[in-house]
Design a protein around this ligand. Structure first.
Ligand code: TC6
Length: 310
């Protein structure tokens, strides 16, 4: 049920129109982001990852990781505090899911135009689930670059339905990402990676300054023993592992990404990404080694093609 700080009026919320925004990024932003999702974190001369942070071997531009596409939508998210009819406790907000479609590889710098809308609102009783969709296009030529659907899980903000049936609105039939079915078979590949104790402090410089990831007092109020890692950083680790192990290091093969955050990650923990191939779809799950291999993220990544030597 809703807590004292929460009250949601679905009609008012759904009538809200986000203003269009722009997002300009440079090669420095792309490199900083790559470090925030662990590129070269274990090996500063990793030949398959230097390209994300450095002009390796005379390469003219750095390469951009596919999950960088999620950053273009971040600007609109703080606006949800301004949505009329959307009263909730922002300290209890968690990132529930992320879905990204990539229409063209991101160049190492760019200028994007964002159109954002509400794609879903659901009453889960103990929580409200809000889905925000952002279509990003190249500001100069108008070509679509990517689409992000961000699902926010607002603890304590449920209980706003006016009938017995729980309120549920979706712009499309499949907005919410169901939990993926993890195959029983041995994974095709497994990749282990360490997040750094300072990982969230580094990742936040890519644009998500929520104090849940940096302030011990705020983390305690939200129910965590210390600041937790951004969900999008964990997702970045997972997709980087898939690019490394399945795409043979080619980030441009990634067409779409979906992920559901199942449990928080503490910076400094070890992430084990398991991957299964189902045609050109990679089903994956991420576990935390230090917490008895508990699953923290699962989802799938669709590839435009498979590498020839798989
Ligand atoms: C982006 C800006 C801010 C960034 C912040 C961060 O990075 S925070 C760091 C990154 N994020 C994190 O660290 C968050 C990690 N995740 C968690 O802590 C937990 O999964 C939880 C608290 C989100 C939900 O746990 P729980 O035990 O309270 O939930 P339950 O199993 O009892 O299900 C209740 C209902 O909700 C549904 N539902 C469930 N999960 C999700 C989901 N993820 N997503 C969407 N929906 C979800 C489920 O289907 C069910 O609906 P149904 O089927 O009845 O219609």
């Amino acid at each position: 049920m809703a807590d004292a700080n929460s009250r949601i009026n679905p009609e008012l919320v759904l009538s809200y129109k986000f203003p269009e925004t722009t997002y300009r990024y440079s090669e420095r932003d792309a490199a900083l982001y790559a470090l925030g999702v662990g590129a070269c974190g274990r090996d500063a001369v990793d030949t398959s990852e230097l390209k994300y942070v450095y002009h390796e071997n005379g390469q003219q531009f750095i390469k951009v990781l596919p999950t960088f596409a999620a950053l273009s939508s971040l600007d609109s998210l703080p606006r949800i505090t301004e949505i009329p009819g959307m009263e909730y406790d922002p300290r209890l907000l968690l990132h529930g899911q992320q879905y990204i479609e990539i229409y063209r590889p991101f160049p190492s710098s760019g200028y994007l135009q964002n159109k954002t809308s509400i794609a879903g609102l659901h009453d889960k009783g103990k929580a409200a689930v809000l889905e925000i969709e952002t279509l990003s296009s190249d500001k100069e030529c108008g070509q679509p670059m990517c689409m992000n659907r961000t699902t926010l899980y607002l603890k304590g903000a449920g209980g706003f339905s006016r009938t017995h049936d729980l309120y549920s609105y979706s712009k499309g039939p499949t907005n919410q990402i169901p939990t993926v079915r993890i195959p029983q078979s041995q994974p095709f590949a497994v990749f282990e990676d360490c997040t750094q104790p300072s990982q969230a402090l580094l990742y936040r410089l890519s644009g998500d300054y929520n104090p849940l990831h940096s302030d011990p007092a705020v983390a305690k109020i939200a129910g965590f023993s210390r600041p937790i890692l951004h969900g999008l950083s964990t997702l970045g680790f997972a997709v980087r592992a898939i690019v490394k192990c399945i795409c043979r290091g080619d980030p441009d093969m990634v067409k779409s990404i979906s992920g559901r955050f199942l449990l928080h990650v503490y910076p400094g923990e070890t992430l084990i990404t398991e991957m299964w191939l189902e045609g050109s779809r990679v089903v994956y799950q991420v576990k935390v080694k230090e917490r008895r291999n508990k699953a923290v993220l699962s989802g799938h990544v669709d590839l435009s093609r498979l590498p020839s030597q798989l």
